[in-house]
Structures are given as structure tokens and as C-alpha cells.
Design a protein around this ligand. Structure first.
Ligand code: FMN
Length: 354
């Protein structure tokens, strides 16, 4: 097998992209501009719909299609207000793939698959991968603990072989990937490709305001924190003014700010109080949180939007993978993919004795 063939994994055929590299969904970040730039560069992009209202999903899918003729995917979660309508919209739009956490059940997976849509959830633990395979998904993205946003505790180097040994569907490696070395290593483990969030956020094509991206460029490894204080779940974030406040705040003041943020979220998404309570209850059931902790989930969307859309990084929060601590540039998606592919091919060629 040549180094070129090694990159032609089952994932490439399944998703219709040129290279086995996925741009993952990131709320308020993976907007149509980034998805289209990733796909045009040869990767496979996921539009982040978990941060959109049900009315915004269809127009955002249309916008990606104006910017690229390449296939792409949509990410959502079943606890968001309007989830059932979002599922209908995705099926009607016949996008190539969906990604999600643990939300959808067997019936929803069957509806996606009947529509020819590839189902590839992201998991942070072996048992979740097994559960997802049981309900019929096509592929699994594992996210190791060093990954961005909500994240588990098992490092990529352990979770990847553990899941590869346990399931028969293609496995995509996420959490800490950023270059051709990582891609070659993931393929050597037996993965069908890599998926990256933070590296795509840190590109020129990413529509996040420059003032916020410069916080990522300037960060070192010590500036990256894993906390449950913001929204009750393990969340990896860049250290900033708001995070320091959150870490020092008492439980009551966190709950008060969660209520304020839930109210802002209600206005932003048009969700009813009943829908927000149902969303919190759904999270509570899935994650074993108290209702108060699940309510804190409202903190994240409001504060992330402030950094990623409004360009006020000192007043919001910034989800990040650990990899931001060692990256210091903002290439275009074209440059990023070209150098990753070139480097991976050369390394694989050398390892094969070429
Ligand atoms: C800013 C940011 C926002 C994210 N938002 C989401 C999201 O809305 N849904 C989701 O499933 N994962 C989300 N993630 C996780 C990523 O999709 C991805 O799995 C993770 O970033 C991979 O790790 P890496 O950053 O080391 O590449 C987010 C990550 C970041 C950095």
C-alpha cells in the first residue's frame, strides 16, 4: 500500500471528502463559512446546530450549500429546544452525515440511516461507544480527555485503542490532533481518520472575531483549565477574567447567574420555559446531575456566544482543547489541510521503508 492509499480510508468513501480529516462541530464557531472552507480544502465539515434555534438550521444548511458543493454534516443534540424539528429539517435537507452526543434513540438513528445520512456520534468513554454501536450508528468519533469543550477523562492514546478493539465500525480519533504526525499516528493505531475542533477554530477562515482568536493564539498550556464550575459538566476552557470569577463564586451566585442566562437563552432561541425545563431534565437524566447543575447548562451558550459572536472575550468564556496551548498560528484551511496531508504522506512513506 502506498502512503497515498493509506489516507484513502473507509471514512473518505463514507463521507465523500478527499482526506480522512473531519472538522468537528463547535457551537457558535462551526458556522457556514468555516464548514465550507474545511470542505473546500478536502476535509469534512460539521455545521454546529446545537447553538442554533430550530428556525435557523434550514437557512444555515442552505448557506453552506451556497459556499461549497462538497458534502458536509450537521451536529445537534436531543436536549436542545426544537430538537424534533431539527431532526426533520436535517432529514429533509439530506446532508451527508450527522454527529451528536448521546441523545438520539434507535428510531431516530433508523430514520437518519433510511434517508442515507451517516450517523457518527462523538463519545468520551468505551461504554458509550458500545451503546451507540448497539443502536445502529455507522461510525464512532472518540474524543480523548485533552479535547475541547465538554470532555471526558480518558486520554486519546488510551480511549482510541480501547474503542478500536471493542467495535467493528470505523473509528475516528479526536482530542489533541493538529498536524500530519497526529494523522499518521491515528492511522497507525487503526483509526479511519482524525477529527479536530480547536485547530479549525484557529484558522483564518474561522469566522470568530480576531480579538477572540488572539486569546487562543496567545495561550500556553497553563492557560487551559478543566472545570465543572461553569455548567455542571467537565468543560475545558481558556483561562480568562470570567473563568476566574466563576471559579471563585459561591454556589448561590452561580445559580443566580444560571437563571439570568436561562432567561437570555429563552429570549435568544424563542424557547418556552417548558422547553428549557425539559432540556435541563433531559441533561439531568443523561448525566446524573442535580436539577440545579443541569440548569447551569444555560451558562455556557450565553457566555460562549459573547466571545465567539460578539467579540467580547473578557466577558464570555472560550471552550478549547489543550492543543491551543501549543499552537501559535492561524493558517487558512487550505494551508492547514495541504501541510497535514503532505506531512502524513511523507511520514507513512518513510515508515514503509520508502
Ligand atoms: C469552541 C468549541 C466548541 C465546541 N462545541 C461543541 C458542540 O457544540 N458540540 C459538540 O458535539 N462538540 C463541541 N466541541 C467539541 C469538538 O466538536 C471536538 O470534539 C473537540 O474540539 C476535539 O478536540 P480538539 O479541540 O483537541 O481537536 C467544541 C469544542 C470547542 C473547542
Amino acid at each position: 500500500m502506498t502512503a497515498h492509499d493509506a489516507l484513502n480510508t473507509p471514512l473518505v468513501g463514507m463521507l465523500g471528502c478527499r482526506y480522512p480529516i473531519v472538522q468537528t462541530a463547535m457551537g457558535w464557531v462551526a458556522r457556514p463559512e468555516l464548514v465550507a472552507a474545511s470542505c473546500n480544502a478536502g476535509a469534512f465539515g460539521f455545521l454546529a446546530a446545537a447553538s442554533l434555534s430550530a428556525d435557523e438550521v434550514g437557512p444555515s444548511i442552505d448557506r453552506v450549500r451556497e459556499l461549497t458543493d462538497r458534502p458536509f454534516g450537521v451536529n445537534f443534540h436531543m436536549f436542545q429546544p426544537g430538537a424534533a424539528r431539527i431532526v426533520d429539517t436535517i432529514i429533509a435537507a439530506k446532508v451527508r452525515a450527522v454527529s451528536f452526543g448521546r441523545g438520539p434513540d434507535k428510531n431516530i438513528i433508523r430514520r437518519f440511516r433510511d434517508a442515507g445520512i451517516v450517523c457518527m456520534p462523538t463519545v468520551g468513554a468505551l461504554r458509550h461507544a458500545q451503546k451507540m454501536v448497539e443502536i445502529g450508528v455507522d461510525a464512532i468519533t472518540i474524543q480523548g480527555g485533552e479535547g475541547g469543550g465538554h470532555t471526558g477523562s480518558v486520554p486519546t492514546t488510551l480511549l482510541l485503542p480501547q474503542v478500536l478493539d471493542a467495535v467493528k465500525v470505523p473509528v475516528i480519533a479526536a482530542g489533541g490532533f493538529f498536524d500530519g504526525r497526529g494523522l499518521a499516528a491515528a492511522l497507525a493505531y487503526g483509526a479511519a481518520g482524525v477529527a479536530m475542533g480547536t485547530r479549525f477554530l484557529m484558522t483564518r477562515d474561522c469566522p470568530v472575531p480576531e480579538v477572540t482568536k488572539s486569546r487562543y493564539v496567545g495561550a500556553g498550556l497553563d492557560d487551559i483549565v478543566l472545570t465543572t464550575r461553569l455548567d455542571g459538566l467537565q468543560h475545558r476552557l481558556l483561562r480568562n477574567e470570567v473563568l476566574s470569577e466563576v471559579e471563585n463564586a459561591g454556589s448561590l451566585s452561580l445559580l443566580v447567574s444560571a437563571l439570568k442566562n436561562a432567561w437570555l437563552l429563552k429570549q435568544r432561541t424563542g424557547a418556552s420555559v417548558a422547553e428549557l425545563v425539559a432540556a435541563a431534565r433531559g441533561m439531568q437524566r443523561e448525566s446524573g446531575l442535580s436539577f440545579g447543575q443541569a440548569l447551569m447548562a444555560a451558562n455556557s451558550p450565553v457566555l460562549i456566544e459573547r466571545s465567539m459572536i460578539q467579540g467580547r472575550p473578557a466577558e464570555g468564556v472560550m471552550s478549547t482543547g489543550m492543543v491551543a496551548g501549543i499552537l501559535g498560528d492561524l493558517p487558512s484551511c487550505d494551508e492547514l489541510i495541504a501541510r497535514m496531508v503532505d506531512d502524513a504522506q511523507q511520514r507513512l512513506h518513510r515508515l514503509a521503508g520508502g
